[in-house]
Design a protein around this ligand. Sequence first.
Ligand SMILES: Cc1cc2nc3c(=O)[nH]c(=O)nc-3n(C[C@H](O)[C@H](O)[C@H](O)COP(=O)(O)OP(=O)(O)OC[C@H]3O[C@@H](n4cnc5c(N)ncnc54)[C@H](O)[C@@H]3O)c2cc1C
Length: 515
Amino acid sequence: MTTDVVIAGGGPNGLLLACELALAGVRPVVLERLPERPTDPKANGLVGRVVQALDYRGLYERFSGSSRPPGPAPGFQFGALPLDLSVLDGNALYTLPIPQRRMEELLEQRARELDVEIRRGHELSALRPAADLVTADVRGPHGRYELATKFLVGADGGHSIVRKQCGIDFPGVTDRSFTSRSGQVTIPPPVAVPGTGELDVPGAGRFRPATFTRTERGLFAHGMFQPGLYRVAVHEWAPSPLQDSTAMPLEELRSAVRRVIGGDVPMSEPVGGQPAALRRSTGANSRQAGRYRHGRVFLAGDAAHVHSGVGGPGLNLGLQDALNLGWKLAAAVNGWAPPGLLDTYQSERHPVGQRVIMHTRAQMALLSPGPNVTALRELFTELLCEQSTTRHISDLMAGADIRYDTRTGGPAHAMAGRWMPDIAVRTENGPTRTAELLRPGRPVLLVLTDRADLAGAAKEWGDRVDVITAATAEPPVDAALIRPDGYVAWAAGAAEPASAGELRKALSIWFGDPA
Ligand SMILES: Cc1cc2nc3c(=O)[nH]c(=O)nc-3n(C[C@H](O)[C@H](O)[C@H](O)COP(=O)(O)OP(=O)(O)OC[C@H]3O[C@@H](n4cnc5c(N)ncnc54)[C@H](O)[C@@H]3O)c2cc1C
């Protein structure tokens, strides 16, 4: 039996991709080598456009526990320099604090609701791509077996066997000049300032949570993700003589913090059975797969790119890879993918990955020690007084500077290729938002003015494109053809009027021939 899609890796990116495929009527098989989800902490939250993208799937409510739509952050940091985002008239740097483990639990729950088959304890051990299918060798709890599939996606993390077996190179750098240590600890008052999350460290000063502090010795950050449980991370610009696999005692973390901030933070093992999750790692990789596609095999998430975690960009990038690939792969399985659609995964997402590698390296440079860097930081601080610079950096970190190729050849509306903003509209079913219209994961033609000709033209694609006529106070466009991942494929406006023929062309380019 041939499966439509096998996803190797049940981390956040593999699971979201599985949900996207299932929404589009494809039943993927997820192979996850670990029988149980690991307890060691990874991401603390999401930063950037992805927060809105999750709202556009109805997942933001689950992730945040709030029924209110997400909003932009008032401030953030770039290379431990403060970014005052409150000066901007709106920004795309949305943040959502959520531990990765919880995120994965919720995505797995969603995938199971959508009838995705998740095989835990099943490891992809090899794959053999051929012209018409891919054969996966799997090691399961009851032995080895083969799985034939039309498409296979490697969402199997930074050490991706899929990437290696396809011979896809992974150029970049491995920087071994620093050591990172982290753990979950209890910190007693008065160092832990009650009710604020701050640390008041004698001789070193006051440290705000969720904020990087740079010193000449390294970086320090902490956060409180559950009452009384602090995550502490410290980076030193020196390699450790110890292997990463050598167990790290709590005293090692405490000493490293003392060396970096010049004061003592009393720490003890967490109470209530939480793991201390003490972890040491030397250096970091900054690498990107040379290509994201090898015939019927694709890479997504950390399998396609790894980089410094400064600014928390990993899942903004990876989850949007999944949203970009999901509907395109489903279109191929469902038999209506127009020529070249699958190749747009590489042409759209590879440059976005390059920009994340660029800005995380730039931030690492700004965090490095030395008087030259200190001078550079002063200069950057001056530049960040300019609203335009703050906007530039905020858009870069959020991934909001993306403009995908519209593929229509001619001049395009200014919104084409860009993110569809979440606007309040009124449809025949009452008041709603763009985000809610996109939740079924289908393409939407949203007609906001008196353009019945456009709505009529799209009816021929009605089996795969939802045509929605709505009213809004100040329509940003007359009509927008919105892809399932939230980006505008095509738009018409008062200044750029477009004909129904042009819409038909865009519909064919993006969503295939009419039924
Ligand atoms: C300490 C730390 C803090 C971080 N903080 C943040 C943050 O705050 N914000 C943020 O956005 N990002 C953060 N990141 C990055 C983020 O965790 C990663 O980008 C994310 O985990 C990538 O997800 P993924 O699904 O691509 O890969 P992974 O999470 O690595 O998942 C891959 C999965 O594939 C499975 N697998 C591997 N090989 C096979 C195989 N052969 N067969 C079957 N299954 C296989 C693995 O068991 C794993 O479950 C952090 C990372 C670390 C380490």
